[in-house]
Design a protein around this ligand. Structure first.
Ligand SMILES: [Fe+2]
Ligand SMILES: [Fe+2]
Length: 185
């Protein structure tokens, strides 16, 4: 397994999820009833697939390997930006969840917070993915030794095997595709 290729493929699924967030937000902007169920499915997708499954492989495997093998001083600058953006994304999703709850309880003004946090999240993640695809991952490929890359591949393979056994990828991708069909994306 080539872990970086795998993570770049995961980015493609995440980008499809971001399109859905934008679509759901436009519906709110147009004054349609907030589709709570679809928003909740998307929150579950980004938390379970984008964050827990994908960001975890970056933080625990690839970025960790870059820190230990290339030296914290070398990678600190570029990687700290990635960690901060992972955290900012989590914060937007938490704020989105809170806004959904307020709207559900009758505070219609909070629809603006649903839109704001969804769009901030999609913009943040779009730029984040571009930086990883074009800079961070290619830097890792150039700078890590073959043995280190093999180590990263092996760790990711183990994580994938367990997730596949739990049908994690299938469940999240099925849910994503169901929403794509619903919203004709
Ligand atoms: Fe990332
Ligand atoms: Fe990523």
């Amino acid at each position: 397994m080539d872990a970086i290729n795998l993570m770049m493929d995961e980015h493609k699924y995440i980008l499809r999820g971001l399109k859905l967030f934008r679509k759901l937000s436009v519906e709110v902007l147009e004054g349609k009833p907030v589709d709570f169920v679809s928003f909740e499915k998307m929150i579950s997708f980004v938390r379970g697939y984008a964050d827990k499954h994908h960001h975890n492989k970056e933080e625990v495997v690839l970025f960790k390997k870059m820190e230990t093998q290339l030296g914290e001083q070398v990678v600190k600058g570029p990687l700290s930006g990635m960690y901060i953006e992972h955290d900012l994304g989590r914060q937007h999703i938490k704020l989105l969840e809170e806004a959904l709850l307020r709207v559900k309880n009758g505070d219609l003004d909070s629809r603006v917070d649903i839109i704001a946090n969804s769009i901030c999240y999609t913009d943040l993640l779009t730029r984040h993915i571009e930086k990883e695809d074009k800079l961070i991952y290619s830097f890792a490929r150039r700078a890590l030794s073959q043995i280190d890359m093999e180590d990263v591949n092996k760790s990711c393979e183990e994580i994938e095997a367990q997730a596949t056994k739990d049908q994690l990828q299938k469940n999240y991708i099925d849910a994503l595709e169901e929403l794509e069909r619903k919203y004709k994306i």
